[in-house]
Write a protein that binds this ligand. Sequence first.
Ligand code: F58
Length: 809
Amino acid sequence: MDLRNGIGLRPLGNTPAEFEQDLLSNLYYRRGTTVESASAQDAYETLALTVRDRLAARRARTSAAQYAANPRWVYYLSAEFLFGRQLSQNLLYSNTGEVAAAALKAFGLAPGEVEELDVEPGLGNGGLGRLAACLLDAMATLDIPAVGYGIRYDFGIFKQAFADGAQVEKPDAWAFQGNPWEFPAPDDRQTVFFYGHTTRDSDGNTTWIPGEIVLGEPSHMLVPGYGTDTVNIVRLWSARGSESSFDLSRFSAGQYAEAVQEAVRAENISKVLYPDDSTELGRELRLKQQYFLVSCSLRDIIRRFRLRNAAWSEFAGKTAIQLNDTHPTLAIPELMRLLVDEEGLSWDEAWEITQRTFAYTCHTLLPEALETWPVALFERLLPRHLEIIYAINEGLLGEVRSRFPDDLDRVRRMSLIQEEPERRVRMANLAVTGTTAVNGVAELHSKLLAETTLRDFAELWPAKFRNVTNGVSPRRFVRLANPSLADLITSSLGDGGWINDLDRLEDLAPLADDPAFLSRWREIKRANKVRLGLGDPDSLTDVMVKRFHEYKRQQLKLLHVITQYHRIKNNPGGSYVPRTVLFAGKAAPAYHAAKSIIRLINAVARVVDEDAAVAPYLKIVFPPNYNVTLGELIIPAADLSEQISLAGKEASGTGNMKLALNGAITIGTLDGANIEIRDRVGADNFFLFGLDTPGATALRAAGYNPRAYYERDDELRAALDAIASGAFGGVGQEVADSLLNRDEYLTLADYRAYVDCQSEVDEAWQDQDRWTRASILNTARTGFFSADRTVRDYISTIWHVDPVHVPHP
Ligand code: F58
């Protein structure tokens, strides 16, 4: 029998009897409990193990095929992954949903009860983290050999609750009960250095003598592909103190805290996602996290490379490392350090390998969001990396000077080191310099990156700049989130193959004129609203779900809501389209202005709720703690998708794609991927309003005065006056003041166009056939936004990797 890589594994059967047998074995042998004493948690974990085993068997075959092929691998480095719940996904991907439901009956449990125990690992903030998870899903589905690398934060993104309408943040101990989906691999532990100093020998070789040593312990989760046998992995690192970090003599002397302080300090590195960076220590901890991720992952990547290859000259040909934003950018100087200091390669050889290996995705346009770190902090924490960054900078600035002689200002702008007002390392500049390709995440974003934020670099190296428009997983955001719609599509298209071939949704378009199809479509949308359980399912469900940020303009939506409230109050006998306005999202804990907007929305919701005259027409709901799980409930229930950021500020958006795919019609500006959505669904099936990017730039250049809009528009004035006068509680003054006196994101300039566009929405809604037709066409024409297409674009323009087919046994 061939035992290598699981080829000799006993196949796990999927008949009800076989599944039940395995469930029982797992309960006794792995969970260590009995049917008589099993709790719901025991049932959940046992089920998870039984499902996981089926994927692990596929993983073994994947590994065998991938190692035999010795392909170029994709390594996706990301400080964030928002995976969402695993159970329903893994039941679907292993095709065990039905047998599992039957077997659970034996425990006297319904699948729903067990599902509630499946905790979502909140290891990210928002779009960037969810994109990482969608791309891993698509890579596995497309049979691309890939590994994701991230940090296994003990505490993920905070849990949001409301107290008196204000956001309060609670810690998210997501793995408190354990996490049955991961495999700890302590033997693949890596050693990470921090602090200390460097020394040079007589040959000029540099050694870094560290001042602190921390261990990185990986555990991996399985990333199955859908409709294929490929199962990839994502490795997440936990920080641990070394064996000697426990001080027994101090412990014996009763100094219990001091005895463990070194271990605690080490473990704090992977304690929380985005530690508060308002203090010096907090900033240092964030940089430590970044280096920790990079150092552990690169060593693991090299370990994997060496299993199959010997020569460094082959490394880049076998390794494509994608940097998800600048957080993993230290991988560039770290690979240089490993190659030059530890492997003895020349600087030029190492630089060639490094540049060919890495590529960088940028997710922002806001200049203030481009990371920089104090040189002084680098000097202390990563002394060798600072030297390497200086050396890279010399090469870069040499090239700039020779291409643009006498352009000192350009040299200053492009330097990896900002000089004023404080010396800082510019991570985006480093990321562009050390990579073969730089991409934005939507067409407009990529264009603006090259024209504005990264213009100097695009002028120096135009060929480096690409666009890869984002995409989302149709598995998670259609098939799992909206099973009834998925079933309707499958029966209409004849088979379920569309889930992995999303352009086939086009074939739904002719059905948009079929009355029976229209009414089935409407029934499903209504049932999804009933399932969500917030607001009248017959009302227009108007959804704005995303992180709270002033540029995204939740304030604008709120101004429209207040205007609608005033209209109803002023004319109670009028006829109005009943709306349920749903907001959801978190604000960064230190982002005061965003938190004020949250409080104000909750306050307005309360006033509207208590007003019997308004209640039939307007309801505001704001469920707390928006996450992937809640998104999966809200998105399929949405009629209207709010994508109203100021043009030129939202890099792409991915919620816009998820909502359109689920048949919500967008009201939006010409920003991010909205433009590409509108191009595809057609102008008739998209509510466009507001300034475009050149318009916004021109308005600012001409001297924007928000007060002028306030004075000239009665409805706007009434809304702002109501806010400022405290009609909706204590925070109104602050929000109104910011809008009237600064309005950095031109909210008031877009108010009138937005409110009028919302009237068009109301009118369209009154013709339900027209609305439903547009809804169907949104789904039919947004197949482009599958993450599968995104991954194909990365492959053809950046990674140049081949799939490895995993043979079916
Ligand atoms: C988002 N960025 C973009 N950043 O805002 C969004 O337009 C885009 O669709 C998405 O990336 C995927 O490309 C984003 O989520 C963050 O969460 C930052 C992480 C680091 C701290 C500051 C926020």
